[in-house]
Design a protein around this ligand. Structure first.
Ligand code: NDP
Length: 434
């Protein structure tokens, strides 16, 4: 803790994993030898850099860029880039740490990393976004490569930003190295179903988890926080599975539409016009209402899918959800539930899918994008989605079986942490003291 002073989210993420490891160490004491656990908690490399750029008014702006290359025992570092004013080294480290175990859970050959900047894209013109991305990549490119480190998107970074970063990487290296970034657009090496993958994957995971209790999404009231990439495609797949989306949000407030959220309208507002979710209620008139501030978790639902950001669902929110009869919670975002909220769900016997497992479909499909790039191939949407569905079911079953094996049936938090840890630990052990 002293070595990583003030990095609250990183402490929270490490503590959550370490709390699951007691049963593993009891069974396999060798995992506690050779400072293996200490090494797993220490990033292999952390890069912090200046990102200077010029805004539309001709003013020079400065932001801070980060890339934490956490663990490459299983493959090249892999993990998204986040542009949000809250970004600091502790947040990037928590995300990189989580990513290492998530990527291990997919069973694919990818290590863990994460990056980003405290740049706030909100209200910035297209030209400003491009200049920022180019400056960010001007420093970062020397640390990347398809065999070294392969970033993707995250909060504030979608297809547009990946395109600008890829363009700058290509100029600087004089290499058309398609596999150096994932989340690319289809016409220059992107994968079908990558944009949809995190939300679709989380929905597949929760559907299978509901199935363990003989339930499914059909007719369920579902609340999804956020209205970005993960939220939108969670809403799409939940609706396909027969669920009714009652509410979604952004960082200013939430909308409730008892007829079911109109996804075409959300996509138009968020993906095309890049406006606020309050627009939804304005355009829908009396049929929907918007609540400024407040918490979306006060809206009664059967299934909650937090898909916005870390620690967005508190103990108080969890109590409200339990009181209102929630049966399952599936984390689309990374660490959206506070430790207190997770305890409340688990004590109440609610099915709870941690982000590390439930949102792994995005990175798994990024690994499929890397496969397509390496073989100069391009798969159909159906083929890619079928692979995603199989991967998510396998992750679900791995978590469930591991929880069972370690004496905690139904505890997906323990199952995900242990299954991810064991794969990383085995690889690190095999590679010597690294
Ligand atoms: P986007 O930027 O596309 O969307 C983020 C959404 O969350 C926006 O609606 C944003 O609203 C909202 N949000 C952000 N901060 C807050 C806050 N403090 N309170 C309430 N709402 C907030 O990001 P993604 O959808 O890509 O990412 C969402 C989550 O999913 C993150 O935790 C990310 O790490 C995780 N994730 C993403 C993956 C991916 O493939 N994209 C893969 C795996 C995990 P606003 O516009 O107001 O900021």
């Amino acid at each position: 803790l002293r070595r990583n002073g003030g990095e609250l989210e990183f402490h929270q993420a490490v503590r959550e994993v370490l709390e699951s490891l007691g049963r593993v160490i009891a069974k396999h004491p060798r995992y506690a030898e050779n400072a293996l656990i200490e090494r797993i908690c220490e990033p292999e490399r952390q890069i912090i850099f200046r990102v200077p750029w010029v805004d539309d008014a001709g003013q020079v702006q400065i932001n801070r860029g980060f890339r934490v290359q956490f663990n490459s025992a299983l493959g090249p570092y892999k993990g998204g880039i986040r542009f949000h004013p809250s970004v600091n080294v502790g947040i990037i480290k928590f995300l990189g740490f989580e990513q290492t175990f998530k990527n291990a859970l997919t069973g694919m050959p990818i290590g863990g990393g994460k990056g980003g900047s405290d740049f706030n894209p909100r209200g910035r013109s297209d030209g400003e976004i491009m200049r920022f991305c180019q400056s960010f990549m001007t420093e970062l490119h020397r640390h990347l490569g398809e065999y070294t480190d392969v970033p993707a998107g995250d909060i504030g970074v979608g297809g547009r930003e990946i395109g600008y970063m890829f363009g700058q990487y290509k100029r600087l290296t004089n290499r058309y190295e398609a596999g150096v970034l994932t989340g690319k657009a289809l016409f220059y090496g992107g994968s079908r179903a990558r944009k949809e993958a995190t939300g679709f994957g989380a929905t597949y995971f929760v559907q299978r988890m509901l199935g363990t209790k003989g339930l499914d999404f059909e007719g369920k009231r579902v609340t999804v926080s956020g209205s970005g990439n993960v939220a939108i495609y969670t809403m799409e797949k939940v609706s396909e599975f027969g669920g009714r989306i009652i509410a979604c949000s952004d960082s200013n407030g939430y909308v409730v539409d008892e007829d079911g959220i109109d996804l075409h309208l959300v996509k138009e507002i968020k993906e095309v016009r890049r406006e606020r979710i309050s627009e939804y209620a304005r355009l829908k008139g009396a049929k929907a209402h918007y609540v400024e501030g407040g918490t979306i978790w006060d809206v009664p639902c059967d299934v909650a899918m937090p898909s916005a950001t870390q620690n967005e669902l508190t103990g108080k929110d969890a109590r409200a959800l339990v009181k209102n009869g929630v049966v399952a919670v599936g984390e689309g975002a990374n660490m959206p539930s506070t430790p207190e909220a997770v305890r409340i769900f688990q004590d109440a016997g609610i099915l709870f899918a941690p982000g590390k497992a439930a949102n792994a479909g995005g990175v798994a499909t990024s690994a499929l994008e890397m496969q397509q790039n390496a073989s100069r191939d391009s798969w159909t949407f159906e083929q890619t989605e079928a692979r995603l569905a199989t991967i998510m079911e396998a992750i679900h079953d791995r978590c469930a079986e591991t929880a069972e094996e370690y004496g905690a049936p139904g505890d997906y938090v323990l199952g995900a942490n242990v299954a991810g840890f064991v794969r990383v630990a085995e690889a690190m052990d095999a590679l010597g003291v690294i």
